[in-house]
Design a protein around this ligand. Structure first.
Ligand SMILES: *Cc1c(COP(=O)(O)O)cnc(C)c1O
Length: 344
């Protein structure tokens, strides 16, 4: 099986496992784990913030950020298919008492005018409390916010007195794809999160970065959420390994995704090649009157696993477990499975 469902399909390499086995560790709850401490120092600098906190998952990082930056009973403004609104089990409502204010976006992006309008039409009983933006935007297909657009939307929120959390689960993909350092995106937001269990290839792990004050409160919430660990250096060692070895190589994932998009589009599948900016390819099967689950089953029968990007659209993802010949095979097998004849 060629597994192209998600970039979470990566498994730790022998070299990563060796780095984990060799990790110098201590009690993380006492802030005595040297590997975690080193990771947090490096990540803070990389994300353009004073301080960073190691967490087991990016979902926990997002939820802690909301709790740090908001008060219950207010609105969370975000593009309607933002991860935090649709894949986190209602966490904003449960953990922080926030009401979702979903806005339609283009390529996962919401504009300064949309943010101003949402705030202007919220009332004192349910005031706007926070804006959450996502870089890259998962459900839009791993789309990259250009720095000037991200900056303009964040400025609009700040001018209205609202904090901004940047869900940068795949911020490093955006940095590699655009050539803009992660810190240049990260420092714009009040808090920023990156996930290590996606393209960076770790079995788990995330980082939340922000000001000293915000991260101090996040540290307390890490205990509240049950995320304070013991000898977590074994995981931090994998994350440090990933920062050394798995960042630049994301460009290979992006190049393979682009080639896959071009190959599938050439075989007459409904694929927007220009929308593949990082490691996802979207196949809009709804536009050819095909059901997502049915399309997935047909492709699976040919030995390829693909995921869901959003309703009606398949996700084909590249990651460090995907080689060039897997891409070649997928370009051949997927159109065949969907009954589309490759252009001769
Ligand atoms: C995967 C993902 C998360 C959550 O990551 P976990 O580490 O699996 O909790 C958050 N935001 C986005 C955009 C993601 O793609």
């Amino acid at each position: 099986m060629i597994d192209l469902r998600s970039d979470t399909a990566t498994k730790p390499s022998p070299e990563m496992l060796a780095a984990m086995a060799a990790a110098d560790v201590g009690d993380e709850q006492e802030q005595e784990d040297p590997t975690v401490n080193e990771l947090q120092r490096r990540a803070a600098a990389m994300l353009g913030h004073e301080r960073a906190l190691f967490l087991p998952t990016a979902t926990m990082a997002n939820q802690i950020a909301l709790r740090v930056l908001t008060h219950p009973g207010g609105q969370l403004i975000a593009e309607e298919r933002t991860h935090i609104l649709i894949f986190e089990a209602g966490g904003p409502a449960v953990h922080s008492g926030l009401i979702a204010r979903p806005l339609p976006g283009r390529a996962g992006r919401i504009t300064p005018d949309q943010i101003r309008e949402a705030v202007a039409t919220s009332d004192w009983l349910q005031p706007a409390r926070i804006v959450v933006l996502e870089q890259t935007h998962r459900s839009a297909g791993g789309r990259v916010w250009p720095l000037d657009e991200l900056s303009a939307s964040i400025d609009a929120a700040h001018e209205l007195g609202l904090p901004v959390h940047l869900d940068g689960a795949r911020l490093i993909n955006a940095a590699v794809a655009s050539g803009v350092p992660a810190a240049d995106y990260g420092r714009l937001a009040d808090t920023v999160q990156i996930c290590f269990s996606k393209g960076l290839g770790c079995p788990m792990g995330a980082i939340l970065a922000g000001s000293d004050e915000h991260i101090e409160e996040a540290w307390r919430l890490k205990f509240l959420f049950g995320g304070a660990l013991r000898q977590a250096g074994v995981v931090a060692a994998a994350m440090l390994y990933a920062l050394e070895h798995n960042v630049e190589r994301l460009a290979e994932d992006h190049a393979r995704a682009k080639r896959l998009a071009q190959g599938l589009a050439a075989a007459e599948l409904p694929v927007d090649v220009d929308a593949t900016e990082t490691n996802f390819v979207g196949i809009d099967v709804a536009s050819i009157a095909m059901d997502v689950a049915d399309a997935q089953a047909r492709i699976r029968a040919e030995g390829v696993l693909v995921g869901r990007l959003r309703p009606g659209v398949l996700r084909v993802a590249t990651h460090l477990g995907v080689r060039d010949d897997d891409v070649d095979r997928a370009i051949e097998l997927i159109p065949g499975a969907l009954g589309v004849l490759a252009a001769a």
